[in-house]
Design a binder for this molecule. Structure first.
Ligand code: SF4
Length: 409
């Protein structure tokens, strides 16, 4: 049983509880008028909520649109120009709206709203590149059952984004929002064309702006392509296999199962994690295996975390959000109590293996709990690893600032 006192004292627990329960907006809220970000249906799917900052500088995206959120004990209020979170009418904590930058209201030179090119998710820029995932358009739809990508296309994301348009938005986001990281995401395209599509954008961003860049796509059938990304200076590759339980993977992700299979996802994670030992040495490299907590038993999520960390990759754990219009829209979100051991294990497994968590400068993620954010869910402390990670973060932050200063304006 999670008490109100525990939620007040532990922002990580609060962030997790809000993912699981969502919140209702009181009529006093004036989100956009107060400089907050509009609730958008970008192709992230999970980014369907309100972007907020919790105490402890925990950035988050709180479900507010889904039916389960309408039954939440949490309500968000505005009083004297400030925002406040209440639980069953009792104050929990102050909140801040994640700031909406001016470029959110601007258009590219080609006339597209900049938010249809990319949006902030926490403090980084997320770009959902290219056309809709082909699992949605196959003669027999084989989309992942939790996914809203095929529903969202054209709502808040443009289908076609040129390199020039993307560069324009990345520059504005760098100059005005201080982003340090750009994340590209695609679905599945026949012929494994996703890396070919992304590479021209990556090359320009690395060469002209020196920002950190990540790529989340299906696992390319030629794994040597990831050696190429490593050499290009890409900093993160992420593979979303979502579910570690084989039966549930097949049932909930039929397209991924038929096209690649769980074993190939795992092989890609293993292969890419090993590339950390290769150069260029000045470019950090992280491999993520991404899963969704709440779509399989917690023990299975924990097994996934242990497997991912055993090969030197860092797990990304989302919390299942039953999005409106998806095949799973009527499913229940997970119970917070069931998720706590999963996120506790996320922190502990990363620390036990000494994985590079919390080292990227100014990267706050709203869509998931970062491993380092889960520290307060565990009683265990890792003083030596903590010292090592602090030193890594300081060294990388210094090097990265110098690189940005050297980049052309
Ligand atoms: S691969 Fe699955 S989760 Fe990703 S965009 Fe396609 S249907 Fe959605």
């Amino acid at each position: 049983m999670i008490t109100l006192d525990a939620l007040r004292a532990n922002p990580a627990l609060l962030k997790l509880d809000l993912y699981c329960k969502g919140a209702r907006l009181d009529d006093s809220c004036y989100i956009e008028g107060d400089g907050g970000r509009k609730v958008m249906r970008t192709r992230a799917g999970l980014g369907s909520g309100l972007e907020l900052i919790l105490p402890g500088e925990l950035w988050t995206n709180v479900p507010v649109s889904e039916p389960f959120a309408q039954k939440s004990p949490y309500t968000i209020h505005r009083a004297d120009g400030r925002y406040l979170l209440r639980h069953d009418g009792r104050d929990v904590s102050p909140l801040r709206l994640s700031p909406r930058p001016d470029w959110y209201d601007a258009k590219t030179g080609s006339g597209k709203p900049m938010t249809r090119i990319g949006t902030l998710q926490g403090t980084y820029l997320g770009i959902y590149q290219a056309k809709v995932c082909e699992y949605w358009t196959a003669p027999t739809k084989v989309n992942c059952k939790f996914c809203s990508v095929g529903l969202n296309l054209g709502v808040d994301d443009a289908n076609d984004k040129s390199v020039a348009e993307v560069m324009e938005v990345v520059r504005r986001a760098r100059d005005e929002s201080g982003i340090t990281y750009v994340d590209f995401n695609t679905g599945h395209y026949d012929g494994d064309t996703y890396l070919d599509i992304l590479e021209p954008y990556i090359v320009r961003i690395k060469r002209e702006l020196g920002l950190l860049v990540g790529v989340q796509t299906p696992p390319h059938r030629d794994l040597r392509r990831y050696d190429g990304l490593r050499e290009m200076g890409v900093n993160r590759v992420s593979f979303c296999f979502e579910i570690f339980d084989r039966g549930l993977f097949e049932e909930i992700c039929p397209g991924k199962h038929a096209e690649y299979g769980l074993d190939y996802y795992l092989e890609a994670v293993r292969y890419c994690a090993a590339l950390a030992r290769k150069g260029p040495r000045h470019e950090p490299w992280v491999t993520n295996g991404e899963i969704i907590g709440g779509l399989e038993p917690p023990e299975s999520s924990i097994r996934a975390i242990d497997w991912i960390t055993s090969v030197g990759a860092v797990p990304t754990v989302c919390v299942f959000r039953p999005l409106v219009g998806t095949d799973l829209e009527h499913a229940a979100p997970p119970e917070t109590e069931a998720m706590v051991p999963v996120f506790r294990r996320l922190y502990e497994a990363c620390m036990e293996r000494g994985l590079p968590i919390g080292c990227a400068p100014n990267v706050h993620v709203s869509l998931v709990m970062l491993p380092e954010e889960c520290r307060t869910l565990s009683p265990r402390r890792y003083p030596l690893t903590t010292l090592k990670l602090k030193a890594m973060a300081a060294a990388f932050g210094y090097q990265f600032r110098r690189r940005l200063q050297a980049a052309p304006a």
